[in-house]
Structures are given as C-alpha cells and as structure tokens.
Design a protein around this ligand. Structure first.
Ligand code: TYD
Length: 192
C-alpha cells in the first residue's frame, strides 16, 4: 500500500474478513491491524462466533462435536444471537468512539455456511440478520478464496503425505463436515 494512503479515513469504519476455513483471512487481518495501528489508529479486532463473554459461550455450543444433531435453523439463530451481542457490546461502541473495527467473519459466513451449504434461503437469513445487526453492516467485506484441497492441506499438514486421509480431520463440528459441504460454502462465498 502506498505511503500516501490516508489511514485516518478508516477511523470509525467496519471491515469484515471472510472466506472458507483455511483461506488466510486471519493472517491478512492481523497485517492490516498492524499497519493501521502503526499509522496511529485504534483497532478493535473481533472474531465470530464469539468476541463477548456471552458470545464465547454460544461459540462453545456451536462448535462442540457432541452437538452433532443440531438443526440448521438452530445453528443459524445461534450464530445470529452471538452476532447481536457483539454488535451491542463491541461493534457499535467502537465505531462511535472512532475505532477501526475488523471482524473475522460476519453475516457473509452465515449466508455461505447455513445458506449456500446448509440449505436455508438467503432471504430468510438476511431478515434475521437485519434484526441481529441492528443497522451495523460492514463498510467493506473482503472475501478470500481458496480451493478446498489447498485449505485441507493447510489445515492438515499430514494430508499431502496420506492422500487417503478422511475430510473428518478438520477440527470442530463445522470444519468436520464433508467435502461437498465445504465446496458449497466456497461457492456461497464466490456468489457473494
Ligand atoms: P473458527 O474456529 O472461528 O474458524 P475460522 O478460524 O475458520 O474462522 O470456527 C468458526 C466456524 O464456524 C467456521 O467453520 C465457520 C463457521 N461459521 C458458520 O458456519 N456460520 C457463521 O455465521 C459463522 C460466523 C461461522
């Protein structure tokens, strides 16, 4: 990025980094955070699901492998519930204070995972999102793309040595889903 870039214009802005598991969004978000802080901005970095004490409890329920039987509607509403708390407790106050808010995932993830991959209609998800985010939509959403094979190799270094490995080597309940699910997630992001 050129030295002439005026970082102050990012004060009070909200940027989301999103994409399939293993796409590298978190690394890039950390780089932007370092550059913005170097330029004197206050940065509020968040992660979804979670980011608040209540949201972290919801995250545990969402990602626990024992909750295999969770219906996709329940799943979508829990992601949104965590997001609603994050908006009121962190995002809105930080934006009002002129901080740069960076979030690892947001409603774009729900559209890809519970929508494109999980089968819920985008319109229905967006209706619930309107209620959950209460007007706090990002100024910019950056979607990173990666093939499922490359993501799998990144997340499972042993994979390239043992090509017969199962997709189940992904760690949490959502990451453990099969190749077809992750392919639909990727398509859901590409469509956005
Ligand atoms: P996490 O460990 O935070 O993954 P990552 O580091 O890739 O962000 O786990 C979050 C998981 O939840 C991830 O597999 C994506 C999924 N997810 C949804 O299915 N819907 C959502 O709305 C969000 C925010 C995440």
């Amino acid at each position: 990025m050129s030295n002439a870039f005026d970082w102050k214009q990012l004060a009070g802005k909200f940027i989301v980094f999103d994409g399939p598991d293993g796409c590298g969004k978190t690394t890039h978000m950390e780089r932007l955070q370092a550059m913005a802080e170097g330029a004197g901005l206050t940065v509020r970095r968040l992660r979804e699901p979670g980011g608040t004490p209540i949201g972290e409890q919801i995250r545990d329920v969402l990602l626990a492998t024992k909750n295999e039987g969770m219906d996709v509607r329940c799943e979508m509403l829990l992601f949104m519930a965590s997001r609603a708390q994050l908006v009121q407790e962190c995002i809105r106050p930080a934006l009002t204070a002129g901080e740069l808010v960076l979030s690892d995932r947001y409603a774009s993830s729900t559209l890809a995972y519970q929508g494109a991959a999980g089968g819920l209609a985008s319109d229905a998800i967006l209706q619930v999102a309107e209620m959950a985010v209460d007007g706090a939509w990002p100024d910019l959403t950056i979607i990173f793309d990666i093939t499922i094979e490359a993501a799998f190799e990144r997340l499972n270094p042993l994979y390239s040595k043992k090509k017969s490995a199962q997709w189940g080597l992904f760690q949490d309940r959502i990451e453990q889903r099969d190749h077809g699910y992750h392919e639909r997630v990727r398509q859901g992001f590409l469509e956005q």
